[in-house]
Design a protein around this ligand. Structure first.
Ligand code: G16
Length: 544
């Protein structure tokens, strides 16, 4: 077949370093950009096969999100804008690791297993973040698509959630929106403007928000979005990419893990601030109080704010829809208790990775999913959307119910349901705070977080750690979980777990306890256990 000859020819221009083995991790492949050229070419091939198989447009996003500038990576997007299905993650790993002479064999294996009709047309949407390696790596993806005769559309610099959105729009015949960046801005900003009409007394001060763009794509795109908001939100942007390095001392991951403000952010007491990550699919909020104390409002606080708002609107609208919050093991214990005991919503816990949370959220009428790191969104089932729409149009509905239904409809429209989206989440949070007349301190006071600490431990092979129970318990290496259990018993209200990262070459350690000193001590002791039992490399972890 001529196509296969072309694959061979092009593949030799994107050679795989012999012996290099990479896994499709939490959010695709991720490593130093210099090892990724062959991966990108092959993901272009795979996306083309996936498109032929699904008879739909597939997305490929070149980004390493929260990782340092020198890394890069790739995320594959399925037809409805969700992360690629797990079976195809397996094919991605197979194809990525095939030695140069075996590429065609692996490709044919996938074609056969999935009975891909090679005469079917294929269409791939491509996007990239601002890393300096991203343009070159995008070209490798395009080479892969064209080698198999697929069509492609390169959106250039876009946020990850914008690409997910456009894939969904394209495959739903524009029912979800127009498959352009402009279409995205119009849909979200119009919904936001409608929502804040319900906050007529909002002052200019309350409309002001400081945004840390992580020196990445989110900074460029929030600037473009601002022009559509017609002064409904006044943004002061720092870390806009004009000087600093991507994700360096800034961005959502830095703020969440370090529990401190990003560099460059001047914060007046009580002022609302937020940080995006490197591809703008995560957001966290924060402020300092009058004593200069830093307060973080992470994904758990965001999920609580959003689910409270939605629950109130459902009650006002008289709609009986079930609502659930999906979290991971990183969710602060206080947030889970508050959601279950006070708010009485269903809470589910899944493994890390939005793909897992997304699927769990799909089981409910309304599924709010957020990782503590600020990655999340809200999903509405088709029937929930229909019920809301019917109510808003029903001539027999009283004013209060109709207003609630209209607010719910605009809430649906401001949300990017395909994946976590920092810009969309920011607009939703801002609209909720404005319509409820809440300050960031009042939002923070809904419940108090248990002090917590996250650490990283370097080991020679992080795959020696295996977990179960949504990553809350380690089943390997032998003795590790027993050690963690006995360490946890030393502290009040304590909890700790370890898991191998799927985006960085580290083992992550999480600990929470009644006091910050206890959380820090527990995190350190658990890190030492990982270091000793799971093959730590370099110096032993030091106390904090
Ligand atoms: C990605 C995933 C997130 C995950 C994070 C960290 O985020 O999309 O779901 O929480 O990595 O994963 P891990 O702990 O396995 O390294 P991003 O924003 O970097 O794409």
């Amino acid at each position: 077949m001529a196509q296969f000859q072309e694959v061979l020819r092009q593949s030799s221009l994107h050679p795989k370093p012999a012996g290099l083995v990479l896994q499709y991790g939490t959010a695709g492949f991720r490593t130093n950009a210099k090892h990724l050229d062959h991966i990108m070419f092959r993901m272009g091939l795979l996306a083309t096969l996936r498109s032929k198989k699904t008879k739909a447009t597939i997305g490929v996003m070149v980004t390493a999100s929260h990782n340092p500038e020198e890394d890069n990576g790739v995320k594959l997007v399925d037809p409805m804008g969700e992360m690629v299905t797990q079976a195809w993650e397996g094919y991605a790993t197979l194809l990525a690791n095939a030695e140069q002479q075996d590429v065609l064999t692996s490709l044919k294996e996938i074609i056969e297993k999935e009975a891909v009709n090679m005469s079917q047309e294929a269409n791939v949407f491509l996007g990239r973040d601002t890393r300096c390696s991203s343009a070159r790596l995008s070209q490798a993806v395009l080479d892969g698509v064209s080698a198999l005769g697929g069509h492609s559309k390169d959106y250039g610099l876009v946020t990850t959630p914008q690409l997910h959105y456009m894939v969904c729009c394209q495959n739903t015949g524009d029912k979800y929106g127009e498959a352009t960046v402009e279409g995205y801005y119009n849909k979200l900003s119009q919904a936001y403007i409608q929502l804040i009409k319900h906050a007529p007394n909002c002052t200019d001060d309350q409309k002001h928000l400081c945004v840390d763009g992580a020196n990445g794509i989110g900074a460029l795109k929030v600037r473009e979005m601002e022009a559509h908001l017609k002064s409904g939100l006044q943004i002061s942007l720092v870390n806009d990419g004009s000087q600093g390095k991507l994700n360096d001392q800034c961005g959502a991951d830095f703020v969440k893990v370090q529990q401190k403000p990003p560099s460059g952010m001047k914060m007046n007491p009580g002022e609302r601030c937020c940080s995006f990550d490197g591809d703008a699919d995560r957001i966290v909020y924060y402020y300092t109080d009058s004593e200069g104390q830093f307060h973080l409002l992470d994904g758990d606080k965001i999920a609580t704010l959003i689910s409270t708002f939605l629950k109130e609107l459902l009650t006002q609208a008289g709609l009986n829809l079930n609502i659930a919050v999906v979290q991971t093991a990183y969710a602060n214990g206080s947030s889970t208790r508050y959601l279950e005991d006070t708010m009485k919503v269903i809470v589910r816990c899944t493994k890390t990775g939005v793909k897992h949370l997304h699927h769990a959220a799909q089981e409910f009428d309304i599924g709010v999913y957020f990782e503590a790191n600020g990655h999340g969104t809200v999903l509405f089932s088709k029937s929930a959307e229909e019920k809301i729409q019917q109510l808003s149009k029903d001539p027999n509905t009283d004013d209060e119910r109709k207003t609630a239904a209209l607010l719910l409809q605009n809430t649906i429209n401001v949300i990017n349901q395909t994946v976590g989206d920092a810009i969309s989440d920011m607009l939703l949070i801002e609209a909720i705070l404005a319509t409820k007349g809440l300050t960031v301190q009042q939002w923070d006071a809904i419940y108090s977080d248990l002090p917590n600490r996250q650490l990283k431990v370097k080991v020679s092979d992080r795959r020696v750690i295996d977990t179960t129970d949504a990553e809350r318990r380690a089943v390997r290496p032998a003795g590790l979980q027993e050690t963690i259990d006995s360490l946890v018993k030393k502290y009040r209200q304590a909890r700790s777990f370890v898991r191998p990262s799927g985006t960085e070459d580290v083992v992550r350690v999480y600990a929470e306890a009644e006091t910050q000193e206890s959380a820090d001590a527990l995190a350190h002791e658990v890190s030492l256990a990982v270091y000793r039992l799971a093959g730590g490399v370099g110096d032993e972890p030091k106390p904090l």
